[in-house]
Design a protein around this ligand. Structure first.
Ligand code: GLN
Length: 245
């Protein structure tokens, strides 16, 4: 009886060890991307699937690294914490490189030039430049560079939203006077809404990059190498083109 017990315990331990190893192995073949899939055309959900420029770029990078891409969708302002806590391996979220973020993460090479755009209702005759935003009600997505810019505008009332779509909805409903958001998403929202129009070229250029945990030089180098290749061999351009239609 005792012996059977011992054998059973030994078997159980062996099984546990094998499972643990299998688990590690499985993890090794996976790379986790953190994003906020509410930012068309860079990342969004279509027919229940994650699509967009960053999504396709990340898939191509994962392929270069011989890994399977797993996407973790979360609030934009939760991404840097998720990176630092190890919940995700890298972030691809139309994230602008800025000095503040550079203190907390390491950025890859830059892959897209963007600029913040002002969105107003098509019948708005009042707002023509950023100076006209003084004292206005402005909608932005929480934790974005658009939020930072809105906070600098004198006497503005700044409303934060979970995503750009909610902000533009509130704009259409007349609850706010303008939205400040990245140019490409702004264009996508305006294309679908004839009640909206864009005021472009009012803010400085920004650059998007992917991010890894500070000090994760190995992954940073791997992603950079893959990105470089995809930009040189035309893959990046064809992805961009596909989402520009
Ligand atoms: N580019 C902007 C930023 O980095 C917005 C990004 C986003 O909303 N996904 O803050």
């Amino acid at each position: 009886m005792k012996r059977i017990f011992k054998v059973l315990i030994a078997l159980f331990l062996i099984a546990a060890i094998i499972l643990a190893f299998a688990g590690c192995k499985k993890d090794e073949g996976i790379i986790k991307m953190g994003t906020n899939a509410e930012f068309p055309p860079f990342e969004y959900v279509e027919n229940g699937e994650y699509v967009g420029i960053d999504v396709e770029l990340a898939k191509a990078i994962a392929k270069e690294l011989g890994k399977e891409l797993v996407i973790e969708d979360m609030a934009f302002d939760a991404l840097i914490d998720a990176l630092n806590s190890g919940k995700v391996d890298f972030v691809a979220a139309g994230m602008t490189v800025n000095a503040d973020r550079e203190k907390n993460v390491d950025f890859t090479i830059k892959y897209y030039n963007a600029s913040q755009t002002i969105v107003v209702r098509a019948d708005n005759e009042d707002i023509k430049t950023k100076d006209d935003l003084v004292g206005k009600r402005i909608g932005v997505q929480t934790g974005t560079t658009g939020y930072d810019l809105a906070m600098e505008i004198k006497d503005a009332v700044v409303n934060s939203y979970n995503n750009g779509l909610e902000a533009t909805m509130d704009l259409k409903n007349g609850n706010i006077d303008a939205v400040i958001i990245d140019n490409f998403p702004a264009k996508k929202y305006a294309e679908r809404n004839s009640e909206l129009k864009l005021i472009e070229g009012e803010f400085e250029e920004e650059q998007y990059a992917m991010a890894v945990k500070k000090g994760n030089k190995k992954l940073l180098d791997q992603i950079n190498k893959a990105l470089q290749k995809l930009m040189e061999d035309g893959t990046y351009d064809s992805i961009l083109e596909k989402y520009s239609e």
